[in-house]
Design a protein around this ligand. Structure first.
Ligand code: ZN
Length: 350
């Protein structure tokens, strides 16, 4: 009997102890996993889509993936007009979230500003060589260096048509615009200058005198002119024989002189028109010389403009039949080259 009571008591104590142990030692909760440091940066807050269109401009906030070129394509229907938006906003590129104004109408026609006016340098070349340089001949390495200089310093090479549209107040051009021209008809233009111009996507105008388009090795053939004409080189007139249009020859009467000049201007244009299926609108005067009679003839014959070799840049009010050009000598260093690239005149405003 005593044993039974003792056993019962022990059992009760055991149950009690178990209950006490259950009550005082709850099961440990699983430890919370420590937050791991994230390798991915937190996603940026979304950029609000905000585009407001006004009659003269669009105000917007740049979205990821948008560029100046894509905005120009979307709002101006011309991806090459990215500079137009960049210059208006005073920026070089676009970053997401940036507020941008896209002007829908031309601004700065004629390049007139409060502090002065734009001038357009037109540079001119003649011959090129692998290694020899003189006044008329520029080496391959110097020409490549000059084109690279234009690219790296924000200059934009425009066509002659774009330049004349600027003169005519038809369209604005980039503030650091440059025109590249090459005179005569030497083979080295195709061999040396053409590949470098193509590499940079630069347009250029080649003024040829048609009597020099021969089958030899030193001058350009028609098939090469056709090829260049299809690849960014605008072929224009430099007369037929390269005579000095400003001087009478020998015993030439005034009538003979007048007829000879007329022939120089019409025949060369007709030959180019037939061979290249294009209009000749511009003339580079041989030796850069002209006079009022030649200018009157050019106007009568429908030429849009003509070029001297007066070393200066061109404002919008330059006479269109007496456009300045700066010859780039083969002896120039890069600093001398740059001194021919004046793109703004503020002297009158100081
Ligand atoms: Zn010439």
């Amino acid at each position: 009997m005593f044993k039974k009571i003792l056993l019962s008591c022990l059992c009760l104590i055991g149950v009690g102890l178990f209950m006490v142990s259950c009550a005082t030692l709850p099961p440990r909760p699983e430890p919370e996993p420590l937050p791991r440091p994230s390798l991915e940066p937190a996603p940026p807050p979304p950029i609000p889509m905000n585009v407001r269109t006004f009659p003269d401009f669009v105000a917007l906030i740049a979205q990821p993936g948008e560029t100046l070129s894509s905005l120009a394509s979307k709002y101006l229907n011309d991806p090459s007009m990215g500079w137009f938006i960049a210059e208006f906003n005073g920026i070089a590129s676009l970053t997401p979230g940036q507020e941008v104004i896209v002007p829908l109408l031309p601004y700065g026609k004629g390049g007139l500003f409060l502090k002065g006016y734009q001038t357009v340098p037109i540079i001119s070349y003649h011959k090129f060589s692998k290694d020899k340089a003189d006044v008329l001949t520029v080496t391959e390495s110097a020409f490549a260096e000059q084109m690279k200089f234009l690219k790296e310093n924000g200059y934009r090479v425009i066509t002659l048509d774009e330049f004349f549209d600027f003169l005519d107040f038809k369209r604005p051009i980039p503030k650091k615009s440059v025109v590249i021209t090459i005179d005569d008809n030497w083979y080295s233009v195709y061999e040396i200058a053409f590949p470098i111009l193509k590499q940079y996507g630069y347009p250029a105008t080649l003024f040829v005198y048609t009597d020099l388009i021969l089958q030899g090795r030193k001058t350009l053939r028609w098939d090469l002119l056709v090829q260049m004409s299809k690849n960014g080189i605008d072929i224009q007139g430099h007369t037929k024989s390269h005579r000095n249009l400003n001087k009478r020859e020998g015993q030439e009467s005034f009538r003979d002189y007048f007829e000879a000049v007329k022939k120089e201007l019409t025949e060369s244009a007709e030959i180019i028109r037939k061979r290249l299926n294009k209009d000749v609108k511009y003339l580079a005067y041989p030796y850069g010389e002209t006079n009022p009679l030649i200018i009157a003839l050019l106007m009568k014959l429908g030429y849009r403009g003509a070029f001297t070799v007066e070393r200066d840049s061109n404002p919008f009010f330059i006479h269109p039949y007496s456009i300045n050009r700066s010859m780039i000598y083969g002896t120039f260093n890069l600093r001398e080259f740059e001194s021919n690239l004046n793109y703004f005149n503020d002297k009158m405003f100081r």
